[in-house]
Structure formats: C-alpha cells, structure tokens
Design a protein around this ligand. Sequence first.
Ligand code: COD
Ligand code: ATP
Length: 195
Amino acid sequence: MKILGLTGSIGMGKSTVAQMLRDLDVPVFDADAAVHELEGPRGALVPLIEAAFPGTTNESGVVRPLLGAVVFQDKDKLATLERIVHPAVAAMRGDFLRDNAETPLVVFDIPLLYEKGSEKGLDAVAVVSAPAEEQRRRVLSRPGMTVEKFEQILALQVPDAEKCARADFIIDTGLTLDATREQVAGIVRALRRAE
Ligand SMILES: CC(C)(COP(=O)(O)OP(=O)(O)OC[C@H]1O[C@@H](n2cnc3c(N)ncnc32)[C@H](O)[C@@H]1O)[C@@H](O)C(=O)NCCC(=O)NCCS
Ligand SMILES: Nc1ncnc2c1ncn2[C@@H]1O[C@H](COP(=O)(O)OP(=O)(O)OP(=O)(O)O)[C@@H](O)[C@H]1O
C-alpha cells in the first residue's frame, strides 16, 4: 500500500481535492475531521481537555473559540493540548490503515503536515497551491473571516513556496476544477501503478 500525504495552506483547495480523491475511490483519512470528532459531543478527549483547560468544554464538547483563545497565545499550552490530541488522532489513523489494508493507495489529509513534521511513514506528499491573490480572494469571501485573522493564520503556516519546494507533487488549484481533477487523476494513476 502507498500512503500519499495531502496538504496546503488555508484556502488553497485541499478539501475540494480530497473530495476529488474520494470520487476516484481513494480512501482519505481527514485529520481535521478526526480532531472534530474527538473534541465534539461525547468526544473521547473532552474530559481530558476539561481537566487540562477548565471551562473550555460544555455538553456539546470543546468550545473551540474558547480553547483556541487559551492555546494560541501560549506555546506551552498548545504543546499540552497537542500531547492530548495527537496520540488519539494517531490511533484513529491506525484503525483507518487496518480498515483499508487491501487498498493500493490511501491518502492522509493533514493540514499541518509540514508545520508539525508529520512526513514520516508517507510515500509521497502532494501540495495544493494557487496564486496568492486567488487564495486571498477565496479566504476573505468566507463568512466571519477578516484580513487580520487571515494574516495571523498565514503567519503560523509554512509559506506556500516552501511547501511546494518540499512536495513530490504540486496540484494547481488556480485553474478550472476540471484541470485540477485531471492532475489529481494523473497522480492517482502514477501511485497506483508504482510498486
Ligand atoms: C484549539 C482548537 C480547538 C481551535 O479550533 P478552531 O476551530 O477555533 O480553529 P482551527 O482548528 O480551524 O485552527 C485555526 C488555525 O490554527 C491552526 N492550528 C490549529 N492547531 C494548531 C496547532 N496545533 N499548531 C499550529 N497551528 C494550529 C490551523 O491550521 C488553522 O489555520 C483546535 O485548533 C485544536 O484542537 N487544535 C489542536 C489539535 C491540532 O493540533 N489540530 C491540528 C492537527 S491534527
Ligand atoms: N481548480 C480548483 N481547485 C480547487 N478549488 C477550487 C478550484 N477553483 C475554484 N475553487 C474553489 O476554491 C475554494 C477552495 O476551498 P477549499 O475548502 O477546498 O479549500 P481548503 O484548502 O480546504 O481550505 P482550508 O484549508 O482553509 O479549510 C472552493 O470554494 C472551490 O470551489
């Protein structure tokens, strides 16, 4: 089995490409969705997070803006949260691999792949990328997004140019959806063929 990592900066089209992969019957493990499940209603990590960060959870699970306000201002607290979250995500990833053991190609969709150095175990990495103006346009058109928030998030992420330089494949999402779909299909064909 080959494991392809999929990553990219905010608004570069990662979710869209992940769906294109699923449409080609490639199983995709979504790290962000795993975190949401673990932190959501009756999520396994909610009691642990409440114990470490009192007042940041309620009956619906983690109150994300509250927890974010606590951990994004303090590196040590973020590290504490990661020590709680990352092993649980790794366990879910292990289950996913076991469930798909007979599949020639699977994808790990990891927003912070390069930020967190999670390249080990991957056979290749694909980065979604579009021109910076296009990225900006997409992100600022989202409800609740502001220029300040966008720039703060960008500053926390490894720059697009560096991601592209490190990746094995670059998926250009600055063109039509069909053009992107073709690139995705080409990568899937190449990796399914490779031994
Ligand atoms: C603190 C939480 C609850 C805030 O949730 P919220 O929905 O408000 O924000 P969101 O998750 O969309 O993150 C906002 C921005 O911060 C970045 N970010 C999130 N977690 C981290 C992290 N551990 N390190 C650096 N940047 C981070 C995201 O990429 C995004 O750009 C949530 O981010 C969280 O639980 N993070 C820790 C788990 C984690 O590391 N997740 C990401 C990888 S699996
Ligand atoms: N060729 C293309 N490939 C991918 N997305 C495209 C393309 N053309 C336009 N788009 C649009 O750009 C937006 C990309 O959003 P998407 O949610 O996929 O990004 P994302 O990288 O997952 O975002 P984030 O990391 O911020 O959650 C979508 O609205 C999508 O329809």
